[in-house]
Design a protein around this ligand. Structure first.
Ligand code: NAD
Length: 502
């Protein structure tokens, strides 16, 4: 561990448990064993607020993946996991949720150090969301069943359907909500009776590895959950074609998701793709401007803008555009830029120097293309990867900052006149992850909702997420759903059974 990171942990009084975990070289979790990669290669893990090195983790090989798949297959094809009764599966998932809750502060610290996010948000959103997701899905195993059908064809039959788990599921996870996104995929898969191999993002493997220790402590049988760390182009790509894997569930960028989808379908795997976004926000002229400005700022600057459904394109009805912009700038000024471990941090660093450079490049493109910079715009000097929350106004639809996903704290606004124009602007994007409307006029709100091409529509709020509600995009934002009962349909097969009766 670099001295800069050690000093950082000291300064913010990080717990001894977290320090011990962060100080050790990490291993992968395959078939209940903690292992190095087959060829001994590792990669360095960095802390984004200081830029210092934390530790190293194994760079898994395709042979390591083969071992994880063999373990997951053994458990699925008649192992102890497959023979567990539904209520026993529920008990294990509840026990795991309890352990995550018990170790919540430690997991939040690890997430803040590894990813750079605010430790307070990590505790209240990421870790609480992870606990809630496991609790929600823990309730499902005993409620999954088929139906009895009365056929009309000649003859006498007992006809019924059975819901059966799909098999071995590979979960490929991004770096912005490492533990929570993993939980969305894993909790539902385990509830359905599947077994799982997780590949965390290279930048943020640590909380997932600590989580795997809790999986073991909860008593989940060896081989049911496996974690293979390493490069997406090696492990993720191999997962997408591996003959022993029945389903790939991917969350990440649209270009990589398209590659994963093509490869998975090529080997006839089931596939769920949760991809990028460029979500529109419509502020109507009757909206409560101060509260709308607060919610809009949260909706884009939360997690330093590294949020898939961030409401980054803000269209405001012309009569209130300038007044709304004033409110938005006022709120944005109050957001504290600080290291992730600072309890009052709102805007933490970008996850990496590379991501900082990408975001800074977009801000520069916005300036060059003539957008009006009304707040922020600066990259702060290193060693941390900080960028100011940035607002561009009066943007044109063809500008890159309006069209492309930036994945940083950058928001664009422009005025609209009619609701038809607002709908056109909102849908003028290849993405379709989410949309938001700010208005108290129920008739106009209900009229707009069906016209927006988006997997989630938020009204007078942004990113309200709960395990009971499905989440997933339309268009280039992917297909399939995470969360809600809907997710279980993507993790189970339906078998039709016909029994001829005398
Ligand atoms: P990314 O696509 O670069 O990586 C996502 C995961 O895919 C990582 O684990 C990575 O290692 C792996 N990967 C990389 N190359 C691969 C390959 N060739 N084959 C298989 N896997 C590969 O995305 P990211 O930069 O980690 O995350 C940011 C992106 O994720 C943004 O576009 C964001 O919008 C999106 N995202 C979407 C959601 C959602 O629910 N829709 C949620 C969070 C993030």
């Amino acid at each position: 561990m670099d001295e800069s990171v050690r000093n950082y942990l000291d300064h913010y009084g990080v717990s001894d448990a977290t320090r011990r975990f962060l100080a050790k070289p990490q291993k992968m979790f395959i078939d209940g064993a903690w292992v190095d990669s087959g060829n001994g290669v590792t990669f360095d893990v960095f802390e984004p607020s200081t830029g210092g090195r934390i530790t190293s983790a194994p760079s898994g090989t395709t042979e390591d993946l083969d071992q994880a798949v063999a373990a997951a297959r053994r458990q699925f094809d008649g192992g102890e996991w497959r023979r567990l009764k539904p209520l026993e599966r529920e008990r294990l998932l509840h026990r795991l949720a309890d352990l995550i809750e018990t170790h919540g502060n430690e997991l939040a610290e690890i997430e803040a150090v590894d990813m750079g996010k605010s430790v307070s948000f990590a505790r209240d959103i990421d870790i609480q969301g992870t606990v809630d997701t496991f609790r929600y899905f823990a309730g499902w195993p005993s409620k999954l069943h088929g139906r009895i059908v009365e056929p009309s064809i000649p003859g006498n039959y007992l006809a019924y359907t059975r819901k059966e788990p799909l098999g071995v599921v590979a979960a490929i996870v991004p770096w912005n909500f490492p533990l929570q996104t993993m939980a969305w995929k894993l909790a539902a898969a385990l509830a359905a009776g599947c077994t799982v191999i997780v590949k965390p993002a290279e930048l943020t493997s640590l909380s997932t590895l600590r989580f795997a220790e809790l999986v073991q402590e909860a008593g989940i049988p060896d081989g049911v959950v496996n974690i293979v760390t390493g490069r997406g182009s090696v492990i993720g790509a191999a997962m997408s074609t591996h003959p022993g894997i029945d389903k790939v569930t991917f969350t990440g960028s649209t270009p990589v998701g398209k590659d994963v989808g093509r490869a998975a379908v090529g080997s006839l795997k089931h596939v769920t793709l949760e991809l990028g976004g460029k979500s529109p926000v419509l502020v109507l002229d009757d909206a409560d401007l101060p509260s709308a400005a607060l919610a809009v700022a949260n909706g884009v600057f939360f997690n330093s803008g590294q949020v898939c459904d961030a409401g980054t394109r803000v269209y405001v009805q012309r009569a209130v555009h300038d007044a709304f912009l004033d409110e938005l700038v006022k709120v944005t000024r109050t957001l504290k830029i600080a290291p992730g471990l600072d309890r009052d941090c709102y805007i933490g660093p970008m996850v990496s120097a590379q991501q900082k450079a990408v975001v800074a490049g977009y801000i520069e493109a916005g300036r060059r293309e003539g957008a009006e910079l009304v707040h922020g715009g600066a990259s702060l000097d290193g060693p941390g990867h900080f960028i100011e929350p940035t607002i561009f106004a009066h943007c044109k639809p063809e500008m890159r900052i309006v069209r492309e996903e930036i994945f940083g704290p950058v928001l664009v606004t422009s005025p609209f006149d009619t609701l038809d124009e607002a709908v056109f602007l909102a849908n003028d994007t290849p993405f379709g992850l989410a949309a938001a409307i700010y208005s108290n006029d129920l008739a106009r709100v209900h009229g707009l909702i069906p016209r927006l091409h988006a997997g989630s529509v938020y009204v007078n709020a942004h990113s309200t997420i709960d395990p009971s509600m499905p989440f997933g995009g339309f268009k280039d934002s992917g297909f399939g759903k995470d969360l809600g009962p809907e997710q279980l349909d993507y993790l189970m097969e339906t078998k039709a059974v016909w029994i001829t009766l005398p």
